[in-house]
Write a protein that binds this ligand. Structure first.
Ligand code: HEM
Length: 118
């Protein structure tokens, strides 16, 4: 993805704010919160910030597991995947991401679905 996307959404500050907001809405949604029971959210958020930064063309510092390995056995259904994706897009739009950035993230979400959904 174009490196300027990372800068255009506001760099590390904005990506960290987006991930914080994403976990807030996901954990407040009872359709999704059970997936995250008992997990180290600090670690997950750190990985998510690194991955989203990389996806937006910022620093490539993601050291977590690949998406398929990270979600294997969780039983994520398509409706829940779509919900998390919609939350993420809404949050990025709320932070002022423009249509090009949102279209690119939508594309990555489409490509990643098969790795997360079972
Ligand atoms: C494109 C969409 C998604 C992305 C980019 C994503 C990204 C990530 C990342 C980076 C990790 C951390 C991997 C690691 O620590 O090594 C993770 C873990 C996790 N994700 Fe996702 N995720 C997505 C969708 C979802 C959805 C839809 C759910 C459930 C509704 C979900 C539930 C989880 C859970 C429970 C973990 C922790 C697994 C564990 O530590 O055992 N993810 N995800």
């Amino acid at each position: 993805m174009d490196g300027s996307f990372y800068a255009r959404v506001g760099g590390q500050t904005a990506v960290t704010a987006a991930v914080d907001a994403l976990y807030r809405v996901v954990l407040a949604d009872e359709r999704l919160s059970d997936y995250f029971q008992g997990l180290d959210l600090g670690r997950l958020k750190g990985h998510m910030v690194a991955l989203l930064s990389q996806v937006l063309g910022g620093p490539a510092e993601y050291t977590g597991r690949d998406l398929r390995g990270a979600h294997l056995g969780l039983g994520v259904v398509p409706a829940h995947y779509d919900l998390v994706g919609a939350y993420l897009l809404g949050i990025l739009a709320g932070l002022g991401a423009d249509d090009d950035v949102l279209a690119a993230v939508r594309g990555v979400l489409r490509e990643s679905a098969a790795d997360v959904v079972e």
